[in-house]
Design a protein around this ligand. Structure first.
Ligand code: ATP
Ligand code: LTN
Length: 335
């Protein structure tokens, strides 16, 4: 397929700490397979991360680790554009323009804003509320067709679509209106301690989350301690949120279907099943960890990926921003 006919894909994760199995199964795992059919652009969204206070040294470390993780998860810098959000100033610039067509009412009813405001009551800053506009800019700058994300991002994506349509109708067609790509399985991995809430990297209870940097023994211990449902049957169902979550994790990491897994573990009890889930997860994350560690030692390579990624991203982003500024009525700078 020639490049023109390919769809554009954009997605990102914030470098706010250890990446969880939820981030991997709900988002990053799905990115690599899109590379051959689409023009893929994957971003480390550092501008977003500072809406919650970050320690500068940790932010630097998390950013490079996340970049290495993307590559270790199969994203090939030769095929996809990989870059850091703050390297491309057009993201913040377009966000300003889109701010002026965004309503306070639509931003302060965002679920993630409300949740984060509750969690960080001492720091309910403008960026936290404004953030979905920045996310819309990330997406719209690249004329994105598809955005592969977990379920929790659907509301933000809806805003990006609304802003694209609002701008297009106020001026003239400018932005592609993006579609979410939310996979049936894995788009909402739950906490191991509370299967009614999502696995979140900022969860203060370490036993609730599996991170992609956990070692084998930690993973085994966390699955052993994972909460279960009332009977002892390994079965998928709405009345079995804890076991359904474990079955989803097992299926996505082992490659076996849920129906086959139900049969395999019929009559075996939760203990045996949890051991098997742990081993499937370990077999998935260990090679990723090794590759990530290898990449982190090659700073020159990572920097070359970032340079090339930012150059490519900025070329596309500056074209869209120039178009937006022209339509708004700003005078182009004379060079
Ligand atoms: P935080 O806890 O700091 O808010 P997070 O764990 O929600 O972070 P993000 O960086 O906000 O992670 O999300 C990155 C991507 O991972 C998004 O596409 C999001 O939808 C997806 N994702 C996050 N948590 C899950 C989950 N539990 N299940 C499936 N996908 C998830
Ligand atoms: N909002 C997401 C991360 C994110 C993103 C994006 C995802 C920022 N920009 C653009 C898809 C497309 C989050 O906070 N989880």
């Amino acid at each position: 397929m020639n490049n023109e006919a390919k769809k554009t894909v954009f997605s990102g994760v914030q470098p706010t700490g250890k990446i969880t199995l939820g981030n991997y199964l709900g988002a990053i795992k799905n990115w690599g397979p899109l590379q051959d059919e689409c023009n893929c652009i994957y971003c480390v969204v550092d501008l977003r991360s500072i809406t919650v206070a970050q320690v500068p040294a940790d932010l630097r470390k998390n950013t490079m680790e996340l970049l290495a993780l993307y590559i270790a998860c199969g994203i090939d810098p030769q095929k996809s554009t990989l870059f850091i959000q703050s390297h491309v100033p057009q993201h913040a610039e377009l966000a300003w323009a889109l701010d002026t067509i965004s309503y306070i009412g639509e931003l302060n009813r965002m679920t993630q804003f409300k949740e984060k405001s509750r969690k960080h009551a001492e720091n309910i800053n403008m960026g936290l509320m404004n953030y979905p506009v920045l996310m819309a800019s990330d997406i719209l700058l690249y004329q994105t067709d598809l955005v592969p994300v977990g379920k929790d991002q659907i509301q933000h994506l809806e805003l990006a679509r609304n802003l694209a349509e609002r701008f297009n109708s106020r001026y003239s067609p400018t932005f592609v209106v993006p579609e979410g790509l939310v996979y049936k399985q894995g788009s909402s991995i739950k906490s191991l301690q509370d299967p009614t809430s999502k696995m979140s990297k900022s969860d203060p209870n370490d036993n609730a989350i599996i991170t992609l940097s956990d070692d084998a023994d930690t993973i085994r211990r966390k699955f052993r301690r994972a909460v279960t449902d009332s009977d002892t049957c390994v079965r998928f169902g709405e009345d079995k949120p804890a076991i359904s979550n474990l079955l989803t994790i097992y299926s996505l990491t082992s490659g076996e279907s849920i129906a086959d897994a139900e049969q395999r573990f019929a009559g075996k009890g939760y203990g045996v099943f949890k051991e098997a889930v742990a081993e499937a997860v370990i077999a998935t994350v260990e090679p990723i960890q090794q590759e990530q560690q290898r990449l982190l030692k090659d700073k020159a390579y990572l920097e070359s990926v970032l340079k090339q990624g930012a150059d490519t991203a900025e070329r596309i982003a500056s074209k869209t921003l120039a178009k937006v500024y022209r339509k708004i009525g700003f005078i182009p700078r004379v060079r």
